[in-house]
Ligand binder design. Structure first.
Ligand code: SAM
Length: 189
């Protein structure tokens, strides 16, 4: 409970310092995180990549589900939040990278993600950054891979449909505000 409150404070502080970059005043709820991760087979993934890890609400749940020999690469642009993630999760499967998602390719060592989780604030990105990051997503997915995107509006749906032949959406009410979850596949099957 204390950790949750401290994390909320850290998150709010990051938001106040850089509202457009953080894009939310609260971390995603654990119910929304679980609902999102239930839509992909994290247990069978060899490589999971997370974009915009924040205080680690997805990170911890991904590690709970991840197989012993698999890897998780978590990108977070805020140095304080990236440091928190490194200190909190002492797990050899995890690599925390403090860098922008637009440089994702440089951190995957030529590998592609079986599950790619994005909780980036696309609606507050400028158009150029949004396009650069979105253009990377299909390329970063392994064959048969799944992209999960959590957002607070459906604004991004058209952009995802332009890049993925299969996009499904759902809404989870168990978050403040209710969250849109998009499940995207590069192969339409
Ligand atoms: C809406 S918050 C989500 C945080 C966390 N995943 C959650 O669900 O609570 C967005 C996060 O993305 C990070 N972020 C913003 N722009 C980024 C970028 N270009 N590359 C990597 N992370 C970024 C922010 O610092 C923030 O931690």
């Amino acid at each position: 409970m204390r950790e949750t409150l401290t994390d909320r404070f850290r998150f709010l502080r990051a938001f106040l310092a850089n509202p457009r970059q953080v894009g939310a005043i609260l971390p995603t709820s654990r119910w929304a995180v679980r609902a999102m991760l239930d839509l992909a087979d994290v247990r069978r993934a060899e490589l999971v990549v997370e974009l915009g890890a924040g205080t680690g609400v997805q990170t911890g749940e991904i590690l709970n589900r991840l197989a012993p020999g698999a890897r998780l690469v978590s990108l977070e642009i805020d140095p304080d939040l990236a440091k928190l993630l490194e200190e909190r999760y002492d797990d050899p499967r995890l690599t925390v990278v403090c860098d922008s998602a637009e440089n994702l390719d440089a951190h995957l060592g030529g590998k592609r993600a079986d599950v790619l989780v994005s909780v980036l604030p696309y609606t507050s990105f400028d158009a150029g950054l949004r396009r650069r990051v979105l253009d990377l997503l299909p390329v970063a997915l392994a064959p048969g891979g799944v992209l999960l995107v959590l957002q607070y509006s459906p604004f991004i749906l058209g952009e995802l449909r332009r890049r993925f032949p299969s996009v499904q959406q759902t809404i989870t009410p168990w978050n403040v505000p209710p969250a849109f979850i998009f499940v995207c596949r590069a192969d339409a099957s």
